[in-house]
Write a protein that binds this ligand. Structure first.
Ligand SMILES: C[S@@+](CC[C@H](N)C(=O)[O-])C[C@H]1O[C@@H](n2cnc3c(N)ncnc32)[C@H](O)[C@@H]1O
Length: 266
């Protein structure tokens, strides 16, 4: 584990993410995150009905909420994450709904398997690694020809204002995780955080020790260099060129800091 992975891991061991209050089958399948899951799937031209029987990799699966969602819809899911606390919750969640998900405690960079996947998802993890492109290559390599690769990343434009906030938090509260949490609670929320869910959200958004930022054009370059054709993105963006830059500038104004983008492996 490199230094960045170690520091990022410290945060997620303390605040596993995400932490939605998924108590019932309805929470998992149609209530709490179904809307965003449909949007993520749509970027790859998929819907829940397309998942049945498909081999799915969720790299950097965190607490396995998305892995459980894919599995609930009939996919054979493998989840990989570096965080033991997140994986424990992931296993509990899968167990609760009788879902057979294979979880591995492993760095994305070191995950090896002979399996190849129909759909590879890596959402919100690459930008917390020292070498996002190398790790993208590692996960894209596990996708079958004709399969889809979906990544979710912080956007260089959309996250610009937020970067300033993060810098400010660093200046006022330093590097210590709990000092930063306490500062955000006091200075941004002005009240006690109300739930584990909210604390996980705050930790991930404001307290993460390391994140990198990426443009649509950059990821399209990753796709092109590796024989992957663009399918779609959320929020919607045109494929490259000036139009994509204008769209990302709008993301900057709206503060849409995270984008999901999918391609098909040739
Ligand atoms: C923001 S969470 C995203 C969780 C999940 N993908 C989701 O979208 O709900 C980022 C996750 O990436 C994991 N992660 C970060 N670096 C990693 C690495 N090098 N190898 C494996 N997992 C990693 C963290 O442990 C954390 O669980």
């Amino acid at each position: 584990m490199d230094e960045i992975a170690r520091s990022v891991n410290l945060l997620y061991e303390r605040y596993p993410y995400p932490y939605l209050p998924i108590r019932t089958e309805r929470d998992l399948a149609s209530k709490l995150h179904a809307n965003i899951m449909a949007k993520i799937l749509a970027t790859a031209g998929l819907e829940t009905g397309s998942l049945s029987g498909k081999a799915v990799l969720d790299a950097g699966c965190g607490t396995g909420e998305k892995a459980a969602y894919f599995s609930y819809h009939g996919a054979h899911v493998t989840g990989v994450d570096l965080c033991k606390a997140s994986l424990q919750r992931a296993r509990e969640l899968a167990g609760k709904f009788n879902l057979q998900v294979e979880f591995h405690h492993c760095d994305i960079a070191e995950f090896r398997t002979k399996k190849r996947f129909d759909h590879v998802f890596c959402l919100g993890a690459l930008h917390h690694t020292e070498k996002p492109y190398n790790n993208f290559l590692a996960v894209a390599d596990l996708c079958k020809p004709g399969g889809t690769v979906t990544v979710g990343l912080y956007n260089s434009y959309g996250r610009l204002l937020h970067r300033a906030t993060r810098m400010w938090i660093g200046l006022r509260a330093g590097k210590d995780i709990e000092a930063r949490m306490a500062y955000v609670e006091r200075a941004i929320y002005g009240r006690k955080l109300r739930s584990v869910h909210e604390a996980a959200y705050v930790a991930d958004k404001y307290v993460n020790p390391y994140e990198s930022y990426h443009t649509v054009g950059e990821v399209l370059g990753w796709f092109e260099q590796n024989g992957i054709s663009f399918i779609g993105a959320h929020p919607h963006v045109e494929k490259g060129g000036l139009a994509a830059i204008f769209t990302q500038m709008k993301w900057m104004i709206r503060g849409s800091g995270f984008f999901v983008i999918s391609g098909r492996k040739n």
